[in-house]
Design a protein around this ligand. Structure first.
Ligand SMILES: [Zn+2]
Length: 417
């Protein structure tokens, strides 16, 4: 361990009486790795989804937090909608207003895998998409692999997903089906159109194949998958893009092994940015598109013990529903496996981390700002009981101090003033 040169100037006795654990937050160690599967079904109206025979989605709903009363708050076109679903912000921020994707501001508002990698750069993330703009080059950052599959067929998409799900290292998979939207454009977005219903039922079959592959993962029992499924818009006649209820009334599903089953019903329409604005308290009564990215991000970064929607630098519109979604279980109990406290709060010149018991293994320390940038890092030797660092050259603000070793991990918020 490196002892900082400022230490002699610290009044150690005074500080040691000021050990404050207010900001000492904890995280679990040796928990199941958290992974995310997002399934997108383009153009599936809420009422048609309920009319169609969808045994695979029905089975999922038995163990899901879900609603058929989600509302589209923005432009009911695929480009802007999928952008909101993947970035967690609406078009005012991500900049996409049509299917040309011109004007996109993904640099400031990236897809959620890119955000997750700010904290966990080794996540392995794959996108499988049928629809050309999305599977082409509109967004490549954050994906370790992007697979383009034939549009509207479903089978090749399912097969590609099955292949990817056989990879034990897979952390995030986004699978996108287009056939339902194509059927709606061809013959009508409505629950009494047999061709539209049939497209939903076929897609449900492919979704079943994807889920079987997920459940067949050799290590599935030791993984914590959050499955999120939604659509980008409804439709009216043979189109969409307007503000009718049929285009704006959508659905939202979260499922997985650690889910507390719950159906949200009769959620009021909170309005739309395309009409006269969104009523925020109403919008929080039911999950919406931008909440997919934020909830996924929260799940992936859950052990870091902060909510993505509170990170100012990310400026997200979506909120995380994990507090409602997660079942209460021992695996969700937080523990600080290393046992760390830090002081003083706030820190002016130096920061001290005390370990309740000496480190059992070499522990990697990182100090991150809230945009995820690593400001300082160091390997701490096994046996250390304390770590001290100067904060003299750091800007004022909140930071995350992260400790990782094979024996455990912890994250603490620290404040530099
Ligand atoms: Zn369409």
């Amino acid at each position: 361990m490196i002892i900082s040169t400022f230490l002699p100037f610290l009044m150690k006795k005074i500080y040691s009486t000021l050990v404050i654990t207010l900001f000492a937050l904890a995280i679990a160690t040796a928990t199941q790795p958290r992974k995310v599967l997002v399934i997108g079904i383009d153009g599936a109206r809420f009422d048609a989804l309920q009319t169609a025979k969808t045994p695979n989605i029905d089975a999922l709903l038995e163990n899901a937090f879900y609603t058929f009363d989600s509302w589209h708050l923005d432009i009911t076109v695929s480009g802007p909608s999928w952008s909101s679903i993947m970035t967690g912000v609406y078009h005012q921020k991500h900049g996409v207003t049509n299917n040309s994707y011109s004007g996109s501001n993904y640099f400031d508002y990236p897809y959620f895998p890119t955000r997750a990698k700010e904290y966990k750069p080794n996540l392995y993330c794959v996108q499988i998409a049928e629809w050309a703009p999305m599977s082409d080059d509109v967004y490549n950052d954050g994906w370790n692999l992007k697979l383009k599959v034939p549009d509207g067929q479903g089978g090749p998409t399912e097969n590609a997903a099955v292949t990817q799900l056989a990879n034990p290292n897979l952390d995030v998979l986004f699978v996108y089906f287009d056939a339902v939207d194509l059927a709606g454009h061809a013959s009508g977005f409505n629950p009494s159109n047999p061709a539209y219903i049939s497209a939903i039922e076929k897609t449900d079959g492919h979704l079943g194949g994807v889920l079987n592959a997920l459940y067949s993962r050799p290590n599935y029992a030791n993984e914590d998958w959050l499955i999120l499924i939604t659509t980008d818009h409804g439709g009216i006649g043979t189109g969409h893009g307007g503000n009718s209820n049929q285009e704006r009334h959508i659905w939202w599903i979260a499922s997985g092994n650690n889910i507390s089953p719950r159906k949200l019903e009769n959620r009021p329409d909170p309005g739309s940015y395309q009409i006269s604005g969104v009523n925020q308290p109403l919008r929080r009564q039911s999950p919406v598109q931008a909440d997919i990215a934020v909830t996924a991000l929260h799940h992936l970064l859950y052990d870091l013990n902060f909510k993505p929607d509170t990170v100012k630098a990310w400026n997200l519109d979506g909120i995380s529903w994990l507090d409602s979604i997660y079942a209460t279980s021992p695996t969700r109990e937080l523990s600080n496996s290393i046992g760390i406290s830090s002081y003083p709060i706030p820190a002016h010149t130096g920061l001290v981390f005390d370990f309740n018991r000496s480190l059992e293994a070499v522990t990697h320390f990182e100090l991150l700002d809230l945009s995820g940038r690593i400001c300082r890092q160091e390997d701490l030797l096994s046996g250390s009981t304390r770590f001290e660092m100067s904060v003299a050259n750091l800007e004022k603000g909140m930071y995350l101090a992260r400790f990782n070793s094979e024996k455990g991990s912890a994250v603490l918020k620290v404040v530099v003033d």
